[in-house]
Design a protein around this ligand. Sequence first.
Ligand code: DX5
Ligand code: ZN
Length: 218
Amino acid sequence: MQKVAPSILSADFVNLERDIRHVAEAGADYIHIDVMDGIFVPNITIGIPVVAAIRKITDLPLDVHLMIDRPLRYVERFCDAGADILTIHAEADTEEHNLEALRLIREKGVRAAVSIKPNTPVQALDPYMDLMDMILIMTVEPGFGGQKFMEDMMPKVRALRKIIDVRSPGTELEVDGGVNPETARICVEAGANVLVAGSALFKAPDTAAFIDQLHQLV
Ligand code: DX5
Ligand code: ZN
């Protein structure tokens, strides 16, 4: 069964604890936290102290998505703040620095992941294959919630599903951006097993039913 990771970018930040407890009770598998620096993406969101604060109020794995330039500078601090999965972007630094960042994350006992933006081909992940516990395929241009799902990213998901099944069946394959029950089906059919959902999930009148619907897709 695929996992559901609510993106708290669409939560009510004034009531973040309430919203996180709500999605946890509704059956969320991970809490997806979008960290943006205003440089790698044109938006600024939340940082290390907020991750540490969230760590105190939930036992759910924290799936921290770093949309920041040169993440090597910060990965240890995000691990110490309580990330369980830490995702860097392939485009955010040199291959050498990204490899070092992934090794550091794993040394900290945290699961390491790499994401690629819509214009980045899957081949960009090749150097990191042996160091990734999860791969994140962006199905929108990173930076903002509430954008339209890019179905043309599905060939990447299908290609990676084949590679993962042969090389490392334990590696998770996550999609992020524009996920709702309709587009989630397309993602699951293509081979994704972790579904990030922000605006659609937080807008849903019945969160538990929404999450259940995504869990039940086959
Ligand atoms: C976008 C973020 C996403 C975003 C998804 O850059 O990485 O996690 O919150 O939001 P929706 O589901 O609204 O597209
Ligand atoms: Zn994200």
